[in-house]
Design a protein around this ligand. Sequence first.
Ligand code: ADP
Length: 587
Amino acid sequence: MSQAEQTETVDEDGVIESVSGPVVTATDLDARMNDVVYVGDEGLMGEVIEIEGNLTTIQVYEETSGVGPGEPVENTGEPLSVDLGPGMMDSIYDGVQRPLDVLEDKMGTAFLDRGVDAPGIDLEKEWEFEPTVEAGDAVEPGDVVGVVEETVTIDHKVMVPPDYEGGEVTSVESGEFTVEETVVELDNGEEIQMHQEWPVREARPAGEKETPTEPLVTGQRVQDGLFPLAKGGTAAIPGPFGSGKTVTQQQLAKWSDADIVVYIGCGERGNEMTEVIEDFPELPDPQTGNPLMARTCLIANTSNMPVAARESCIYTGITIAEYYRDMGYDVALMADSTSRWAEAMREISSRLEEMPGEEGYPAYLAAALSEFYERAGKFQLMNGGEGSISVVGAVSPPGGDFSEPVTQNTLRIVKTFWALDADLAERRHFPSINWNESYSLYKDQLDPWWTDNVAGDWAETRQWAVDVLDEEDELQEIVQLVGKDALPEDQQLTLEVARYLREAWLQQNALHDVDTYCEPEKTYRMLGAIQTFNDEAFEALDAGVPPEEITDVDAAPKLNRMGTAEEWEEFIDEIENDLKEQLRTLY
Ligand code: ADP
């Protein structure tokens, strides 16, 4: 952590009065809220969370066993901050930005030594700095002054820190430097290095938030087609066990058209996080062919790590996301799971003996959740550019009960809800996103993008699919009572069309080379083919052809092979022609 260096202004040490798990109180500490302090003889890192008279309450980011009253507490006088600079991509951090690989070889043996401090970015490493300004140029906060090739995929923009004044460039370096060396100097004496610190609990400044108008294209038909997320939007995804949550998150990380992925694994069971830490570095980036980690930063807090670090990991992650947003990138942040984060808040709050709110969660749960999601958005940047952060928060309601406080408060904030459904997963319908329960409030504002970039009649086509699926849902109730054969012929046909919508369009196999990603054009054309079947089938029915004959045509089952078809344009053209020909010869 960057506030390791002691500042001159630090006051007298305090003295520990009591220790209760991650919560420590100290007397005689001259501190402000959110100051980072070092607790006990071992110097465990903590943060001031309450001050009452002479008594300071601290949440400690490390195991506190063995720490006792009378030991010293030292104040750094600095808020909890992250060190932002090249090297964050391809890194795996804990909740307070300590790189896991520097401190330990493997997760699982996962306990960092207590009191160990490690800088969030490598201070020794030299990076090739390529300036984009010259002496005499005027620069303002947020302006880019140079570029560093951070990974094979990502150019890291070195910016004037937002809390600088800016001015005229007086000298510029070019070549290999560490992040601590000055590369640009301004006439007011300000010196710019390749890294900057930022307090995690404070949103990095940006200009106005704009209404998002572009989708975060996920390449997954059910998400792009029915429940789209905007670049700069917010989504929640509940993750009942075995519902395909891991696959869904990985598909998002791999295929969504975000430039940067920040993945926060927050307090999930140890082995699940180990899976992420082992899997991610192996994943290829289909956009570039490089490793996915070249544009990814992982923040890992398993439930065997101290609870306070779980509370902070969300802030660390979103601050890193904001920094890349400031470079003009579209960032996708995934937090898995926000329920574990809320539980960490609950635990700390109860140690503080605060008045509990619903189900023991602190009364400020709703405010904390909304403050976090508020940091998502499509922004005008200080430097005049644009950047976005899309936030996808997983929730894991105990027993899958959506009425509990974390889910309820989250649903009040986010605008897209992808309801993963354990029943669908059990029936091997993947992705198991329930089309009756899910929603997206971005649909209307994203339609113009589809109209301009994919198809003029996108909105009508999608609405047609929604109507058919709704009708199927209603008809299912009758079918369960009296059987399918008791339905009128047109309704039987509707059920058949709905079946193709589910099996050929909504289902998508993440494990199939071709089907794993579906571009928006293909999503549209596949839907169009099913609509062609629908239209031709009803024409035939009107002409007196019995439904069995209609559904029996050879071309219809081929609809199920559209997703996996490599030459999909030709394949879909062919199906549409065959459907028309075969159905029209029936009458
Ligand atoms: P969870 O993390 O919710 O426990 P997983 O994401 O590990 O569940 O998914 C469990 C299994 O379901 C996977 O191993 C895979 O076989 C299957 N699965 C999940 N999503 C998909 C998908 N989109 N396409 C194909 N198979 C999937």
